[in-house]
Design a protein. Structure first.
Length: 117
C-alpha cells in the first residue's frame, strides 16, 4: 500500500530486516516521524508480520523519482513506508508516512500513551 493507486516499483528493504538486532519489546511501537512533523506509530506486530503483509522502508532513487503525492506537486521521497502483500490494503493510509526523517522505538505506557525519552 502506498500513497498512489498506480502500481509502482520500489527500492525497498523490509523494515523488520532494518531493525534486526534491535530489541523491540512486544508492547512497543515503531514511531515514524516525517520532515513536516507528522508522526505515526507502527505497531510492532505489523512491522514483524509476515502473513500477507510486509512493512518496507522505501527509498526514492535519484534516477526514478517517486510519483507526486495526489493533489500536490511534491514527491513522497526520499524515505517512506510502504506495505506490500495480499493484506496491504487493510493498512490505514495514516500508516504510510512519507518524507521520513526518523524511525524510533517507543514503549507504550499502561494508559496507552508513550514513554518519553
Amino acid at each position: 500500500m502506498s500513497h498512489t493507486a498506480t502500481p509502482r516499483m520500489y527500492r525497498a528493504v523490509a523494515l523488520a530486516k532494518l531493525l534486526e538486532g534491535v530489541a523491540i519489546p512486544p508492547d512497543a511501537v515503531v514511531e515514524a516521524v516525517a520532515q513536516d512533523g507528522f508522526v505515526t506509530q507502527l505497531p510492532r506486530d505489523l512491522v514483524y508480520a509476515n502473513d500477507g503483509i510486509v512493512t518496507h522502508m522505501a527509498i526514492e532513487a535519484a534516477e526514478q523519482a517517486v510519483a507526486p503525492i495526489p493533489g500536490t506537486d511534491k514527491s513522497a521521497g526520499a524515505f517512506y513506508v510502504v506495505w506490500l502483500g495480499d493484506q496491504a490494503s487493510s493498512v490505514p493510509t495514516m500508516m504510510c508516512p512519507t518524507k521520513l526523517s526518523v524511525c524510533r522505538c517507543k514503549t507504550r505506557q499502561p494508559s496507552g500513551g508513550l514513554a518519553r525519552g
